[in-house]
Write a protein that binds this ligand. Structure first.
Ligand SMILES: [Zn+2]
Length: 131
């Protein structure tokens, strides 16, 4: 399908790539992207690289991104397309970003940062530990 590939401008880092990610996960992400109709801007080290708490990143089954749409749309469509691991992040200046993965059970958490150099503080909204 023509729009199956991420456009270059959807990557904030040219060093990262979705080429070595799970094709099943990318299929779910593409269904989500088509429905939401907005670019997903993948964060620096938001795919398989970087230091992640979630084991789904090195497995190629998670993405961290921003998307200029409302929070309810992201959460509802993530669940619709089987992206059951949903992390909603708000950094020190109110900037919203997301983690999605395709773990088997719906798990939703919040991550917040009061100051730029703080570590993320996590709060579980639904399900078990943020993986
Ligand atoms: Zn993540």
């Amino acid at each position: 399908m023509k729009d199956n590939k991420f456009k270059n401008e959807e990557f904030l880092s040219i060093d990262d790539s979705i080429d070595n990610m799970s094709i099943i996960f990318i299929g779910k992400i593409n269904a989500f992207r088509r429905h939401i109709g907005k670019p997903m801007r993948i964060l620096f080290n938001g795919a398989t690289k970087g230091d992640h708490k979630s084991l789904y990143h090195p497995r190629g089954r998670a993405l961290d991104f921003t998307c200029d749409t409302n929070d309810y749309a992201v959460i509802a469509l993530a669940i619709k397309y089987g992206l059951n691991g949903i992390g909603m992040y708000t950094n020190h200046d109110g900037y919203r970003s997301w983690h999605l993965d395709d773990r088997p059970n719906i798990t939703i958490w919040e991550g917040t940062k009061k100051n730029e150099n703080d570590k993320w503080t996590y709060k579980t909204i639904l399900g078990g530990l943020n993986g």
